[in-house]
Write a protein that binds this ligand. Structure first.
Ligand SMILES: [Zn+2]
Length: 111
């Protein structure tokens, strides 16, 4: 495998709804192993071994990187314990269930 030390350090800012669908437990809805927590940026993806790991900040949630995501297969790696991550994700959920804060709400948000 050609490993030339390429490492992407960029971060990404996303909306919670980009990550999960509303199913009660938000962490459970993520494509991740909830027992696997990585405080620091993982060297490679546990799923596909790619080294393109992106720090993900969720709008309205934790102020900083909340999760890691593989840029290749989109596998998610938790940065905090499951319960903590859930708590932060719920904060973001509160944000987008208050549509008046956003000038525009897509129709798909109304069930
Ligand atoms: Zn991957």
């Amino acid at each position: 495998m050609a490993n030339i030390g390429l490492s992407i350090k960029e971060n990404r800012m996303v909306m919670l709804e980009d990550l999960v669908e509303d199913k009660g437990s938000l962490v459970e809805a993520l494509n991740c192993d909830t027992k696997f927590v990585c405080k620091k940026r993982p060297k490679c993806c546990p799923e596909c071994n790619a080294t393109e790991i992106v720090g993900v900040e969720v709008m309205g949630s934790y102020d900083g990187i909340l999760l890691w995501e593989c840029d290749i297969c989109e596998y998610t790696i938790l940065r905090f314990a499951k319960e903590t991550t859930e708590k932060y994700l719920q904060l973001a959920k509160g944000l987008w269930t208050n549509p008046s804060d956003w000038g525009y709400v897509p129709k798909s948000k109304f069930n």
